[in-house]
Design a protein around this ligand. Structure first.
Ligand SMILES: [Zn+2]
Length: 357
């Protein structure tokens, strides 16, 4: 990022803060909410911080007390719904604006910590599940990567990876980030996500994970829910949606690969739950992580909606295969969430000023 770009980014962040705080603390968000068209805001997280996810990065977790405070506030001003119910109501021109909480991947804490929290607040949520952890007790490559990186440190990780990988170009890119900076994990994961052939990466990361003493079944049992726990969420009224079989970047797969991942996860969940599954979330969820064949595949599989991870609210006219979501983690700020959910950022977007992201 150049200096000018960095300045613009900071200025935008500052303006976003000031605007959101003003709306929130003045109470004007109530007025904006009333006058803006009814909308569906979807929050997206992964884990409620707890012992089962202590090894996962900070941006995948939110503290229970913070989430409870956020949901309790939103409950006063919006209708809290599941994504499935919100999408159905969005089609019939809703009178009231809605907020849905969604959590991705299917982590253990969604059963041990999220479920009791939802019961305390008295609301529902949508949990998007990868199906391989449920059916095969296997975990996707990112967790094996975190495990190996944690054991080896960045320098040794890169050294071992390059010794095992045949991809010279990717090896050179990894070597640029070996020097243990605070952001090394982020940069290494980024290279492995976007610049390495997926099959080769999965093979090498798998081998490193085993070299570091990793046991996949045990890691899966620590991190992910099993079928019994998923069914307990289902029975409690939490909506379960699909999130592919193996959490692959869909834009790196061809149409057949997308079908295996997307339709395959729908079929697996419907087999395990015994009823239809109507909601889907793209893994990673940025525009470059899915493409037209993936969108077509999600629609053809019979999903009523698919969500990404770009910030914004969803209106009746929003394409159902590209619903937007607001990411929440340990840094989530209630005033920013409320400024989005009340339509405050949408109001500015309509005036040609996009402050939301
Ligand atoms: Zn995910």
């Amino acid at each position: 990022m150049g200096n000018l770009q960095r300045f613009k980014h900071r200025a935008k962040g500052f303006a976003r803060e000031v605007y959101a705080r003003a709306l929130f603390h003045s109470g004007l968000h109530r007025l904006v909410n009333r006058f803006m068209p009814a909308r569906l805001t979807i929050l997206a997280g992964h884990c409620v911080s707890g012992p089962s996810n202590s090894a996962l990065p900070k941006d995948m977790k939110i503290r229970a007390e913070d989430l409870e405070r956020i949901l309790s506030f939103l409950e006063l001003h919006f209708e809290l719904v599941t994504v499935g119910a919100g999408v159905r109501r969005l089609g019939s021109g809703p009178r009231r604006s809605m907020v849905a909480l969604s959590m991705d991947d299917g982590y253990k804490d969604n059963h041990t910590l999220l479920l009791p929290l939802l019961e305390r607040v008295g609301c529902r949520a949508t949990v998007y599940l990868e199906s391989a952890p449920l059916d095969e007790r296997s975990v996707n490559w990112t967790h094996k990567f975190f495990h190996a990186l944690d054991q080896l440190g960045p320098e040794r990780f890169v050294e071992r990876y390059c010794a095992l990988s045949r991809d010279a170009q990717a090896n050179a890119r990894l070597a640029e980030h070996r020097n243990g900076s605070a952001r090394a994990a982020y940069h290494l994961k980024r290279v492995l996500k976007y610049e390495v052939e997926p099959k080769e990466r999965t093979r090498v990361v798998d081998q490193l994970f085993k070299e570091c003493g990793g046991v996949e079944r045990a890691l899966c049992d620590t991190l992910y829910m099993n079928w019994e726990e998923a069914r307990a969420l289902d029975a409690a009224g939490v909506e379960l949606g699909a999130h592919t079989v193996h959490h692959e970047i869909l834009s790196r797969l061809d149409a057949d690969g997308c079908e295996r991942e997307i339709a395959g996860s729908k079929a697996a969940l419907e087999r395990g739950l015994g009823h239809p599954v109507e909601s889907f979330a793209y893994p990673f969820g940025r525009h470059w992580d899915y493409h037209e064949p993936a969108k077509a595949c999600a629609a053809a599989a019979g999903f009523a909606s698919a969500t990404n991870t770009h910030a914004g609210v969803n209106l009746p006219a929003t394409g159902r295969m590209e619903l937007r979501r607001i990411m929440i983690d340990e840094d989530a700020r209630l005033h920013l969430i409320v400024a989005e959910a009340c339509g405050g950022f949408e109001l500015l977007r309509r005036a040609g000023l996009d402050l939301s992201e």
